[in-house]
Write a protein that binds this ligand. Structure first.
Ligand code: TPP
Ligand code: MG
Length: 414
């Protein structure tokens, strides 16, 4: 670390960061694993250059940095200012949700490498502030339309981790009964819809929910989340246009992480600020640092108030970055190491924790309590998911058709 790095915590140099957390997150193969069946630390013990071992050790390096939520960062990214209308209790509760997102994500990444669940895993690490800070402020019966990288949308709104873990594992205790792609997080009781595989379906659904609220005269609001790449999809434009015409109670969030799978932003849009797109729809657009919790809080709070008071939609572009591949089957070698490192230095969690320390709200003891509670919830959630059954083939068409399909016995599956 250079001189410009701030050092905030006593004994930081001596003590390895978040040692307890790392110990708990150590990769343990399940008891049932045959030798060689699951990844172990040995895979990366002596990597040859350019080998798979090299790649895995780099993944692990990033993961151990990610879970050190009070690590040092360049002074230029230090936060200052206020969180409008946010109580001290709320600031700490929000911090705990962000830590939960980070540690859960790191844990799921390891469990995926161990083969504990199938398919793939879409990591949100680096982008947590963009969705959780908004949905944390919503009422439980408000509507959230998340996308495929929006673990935070559900956790911010209070969905317990056990349901989300069962979703990743495709088990019957998932709200979808274990019949859908991993990381498409939702829970109907918390007003969070399940993202569809087709990008921006959620944008349209949230717009429809906002239209419904307006027609029924309710004071609810909706929020929709999408990526930079998704703003080139027709549904983005149709949804925004409709919301502008009818001044709907909705907050639209673009999480601009510079890439859509391997497609760079400059091949998606010629704009520098994607919030400029709002001009075409007749409502305000704003671009902010999506890794600055204070900026995200203040912008989303204002947009939610605007929506709830009947003034109409807002489009917020949050500039952010995913630390890992599009999903965990993507090595993301289309990005440069320098680009990744530059964004890792802007990690939203250490920036927010340093601000909380400056405000006198966070100390080592408080942090220890947060990490302990979060780790306990994660482990309980993993146990819950792993002991939940896999769905049987007979459930394949359950809840697909409202009534039986002509010529087909839905219950019998034939
Ligand atoms: C209509 C549609 N087209 C393509 C895909 C495949 N797909 C899934 S995610 C994705 C990239 C989305 O990029 P972006 O909107 O920037 O979100 P990010 O993954 O970066 O969070 C693509 C192309 C899809 N699911 N639906
Ligand atoms: Mg993107």
């Amino acid at each position: 670390m250079t001189e410009e790095t701030n050092r905030r915590r006593r004994g930081k140099e001596e003590a390895p960061p978040a040692a307890d957390t790392e110990a708990t997150l150590a990769e343990e193969a399940p008891e049932s694993a045959q030798e060689g069946e699951y990844e172990t630390e040995d895979v990366a013990a002596a990597p040859a250059e350019g080998s798979k071992g090299d790649f895995l050790s780099e993944q692990r390096r990033r993961e151990s940095l990610a879970i050190d939520v009070t690590r040092d960062f360049p002074d230029k990214y230090r936060l200052s200012g206020a969180m409008e209308g946010c109580s001290d209790e709320q600031k700490l509760e929000l911090f705990e949700r962000l830590v939960k997102l980070r540690l859960f994500d790191a844990r799921m990444r390891k469990l995926f490498r161990q083969g504990r669940f199938e398919g793939t895993y879409y990591s949100q690490i680096g982008q947590e502030a963009c969705d959780a800070v908004l949905t944390y402020q919503m009422k439980r019966d408000d509507f959230v339309g998340p996308s495929h990288r929006d673990l935070g949308a559900a956790v911010g709104k209070g969905v317990p981790l056990k349901f989300l873990t069962a979703q990743v594992y495709n088990r019957v205790d998932s709200p979808d009964g274990g019949r859908y792609t991993a990381c498409h997080y939702w829970h109907p009781d918390y007003g969070v819809m399940q993202p569809a595989t087709s990008i921006m379906m959620n944008w349209i659904a949230a717009t429809g929910a906002a239209f419904g609220y307006k027609m029924l005269g309710k004071d609810n609001v909706a929020a929709a989340f999408g990526g930079d790449g998704a703003t080139a999809h027709g549904d983005f434009h149709e949804g925004c246009n409709f919301a502008g015409v009818h001044r709907l109670p909705i907050v639209y969030v673009i999480q601009n992480n510079l890439w859509a799978e391997s497609l760079p932003l400059h091949l998606t849009s010629a704009l520098e600020n994607l919030s400029d797109r709002a001009k075409a729809f007749g409502f305000p657009g704003v671009s902010i640092d999506g890794n600055d919790v204070l900026a995200v809080w203040n912008a989303t709070r204002a947009a939610l108030e605007r929506a709830r008071s009947g003034e109409g939609p807002t489009l917020i572009e949050m500039k952010t970055y995913r630390w890992f591949g599009h999903s965990d089957i993507d090595p993301a070698d289309y990005r440069s190491d320098d680009e990744v490192e530059a964004w890792m230095a802007k990690d939203p969690l250490p920036r927010f924790s340093a601000w909380l320390e400056d405000e006198g709200l966070l100390d080592d003891e408080t942090l220890g309590g947060v990490v302990e509670r979060v780790e306990e919830e994660i482990e309980t959630a993993v146990d819950f998911a792993e002991s939940s059954a896999k769905p049987g083939a007979e459930t394949f068409l359950s809840e697909v058709y409202a009534e039986s399909y002509p010529g087909f016995d839905v219950r019998a599956g034939r």
